[in-house]
Design a protein around this ligand. Sequence first.
Ligand code: SAH
Ligand code: F3S
Length: 472
Amino acid sequence: MTQLVALRRSRAAGNADRQRSEAEGVAGALVGRGAPGRTVYIETYGCQMNIGDTELMAGVLADAGYARVDDPGRADVILVNTCAIREHAENRVLGRLGQLQRYRDRHADLLIGVTGCMAQRLGEALLQGAYGVDLVAGPDAYRSIGWMVDGMRRGAVEKGQALLALDADEDYGGLRAIRGEGVSAWVTVQRGCDHRCTFCIVPYVRGPEKNRAFSEVVGEVEEAVAAGYSEVTLLGQTVNSYRSGDGDFADLLHAVARVPGLRRVRFTSPHPNDVTERLLETMASEPAVCPQLHLPVQSGSDRILKRMVRRYTRRDFLEKVDLARRIVPDIALSTDIIVGFSGEMEADFEATLSLLAAVRFDDAYLYKYSRRGGTPATRLPAADDVPAAVAQTRLERTIELQRGIQLSVNRAEVGAVREVLTERIARSAGDLLGRTARNKVVAFRGPADWIGTYRRVRLTATSGATFTGAVA
Ligand code: SAH
Ligand code: F3S
């Protein structure tokens, strides 16, 4: 008989827990009647939106009677929610799928599914032999995942299906996510993307931009607060291009920031072009909006920005940075960089380094270009490809530069007292980990029951990337 695992109580008690225990109750009752066990293990790769999507699927599956467990060895269904952004991300999942097959030895009826962007990109190919996958579901198919999984397990639906239709109207309105552990809630406000950055697979695997209604977003934030969360992060591929009948992203942020009981709101990922004065003014004037902005620049060279179809120049971007710093003086800025994109010459790369040196971002995510089948960049002349060894050296040089910048930026903050939301227990004994409003991670001493609470912490030292601190 399938054993149901007792789920750890999340800090944010309330709706989510109630739904979970209802799901466990249903699953328990069915197991009692001899029906196939109903537990699901979901493993998440990739961006924050995938964490949100996993929570959405957990909600849909709970409605179908499936309780989420945190051990694949105890699960009747294993789902791997995947990312397609770089080849490396996909290779990790393929390796993991191989490992997961061993659970079939102990569980003859185990169902293994792949969801998310890689599922959408590779589609039916994943159902073939070697991968050992029973179900493939793309980002617009999650509403069906409950009955599909259950139907396959009961033998009513044939295994080996791929749900790949992209649906321009599917924004998952009316569904309720079951949030995982953590003190911060993810709220998706927008799905898909209308840009066509030439390197990027997202528009092809997630379809065109779709925005949720204002009232739905605000309602979900209110529910999260009622469930005990005091921090939310609004998610979208170009979140600040959000627009609905009720207003634009600045209006939405304003409305969310005013939800009673919400102490912090963040958002990711914005597109630099849609960072408006109104948005920055909302950030400056609403105390709940964290002074933190991710501004993915990708390259510092106009030639490369043009080949990427980013639709801004280096100068436009630097002006945006100045505007942000003028309106929100204490703003922490982060970015994404791609090195080794098609046609990148040494001078283009140097321009990226000089941009990093000029802006001095608080944080940067640095990537080597990864060619994605189906994207416009694959049609650029092969002769323009940057050799792998050159791209690797450029990545290392970028990491070295940014490390030094981050260390000196963060050193300047040592000594300051900041409000920290305590997130979890650190790996170092006796320490907790938390985050400041400017998104800096701090380790400090304190009891576990501080998790979920705010503490005033003095930053005492930095390793470069993170801080240690002491309660002030
Ligand atoms: N707007 C999206 C961007 C998704 S991709 C968001 O929500 O963040 C995140 C980052 O991955 C991009 O900003 C880019 O720097 C990087 N990236 C995307 N496609 C890539 C590729 N083909 N190779 C390397 N890096 C890539
Ligand atoms: Fe990708 Fe560009 Fe959209 S990076 S997600 S196509 S804004």
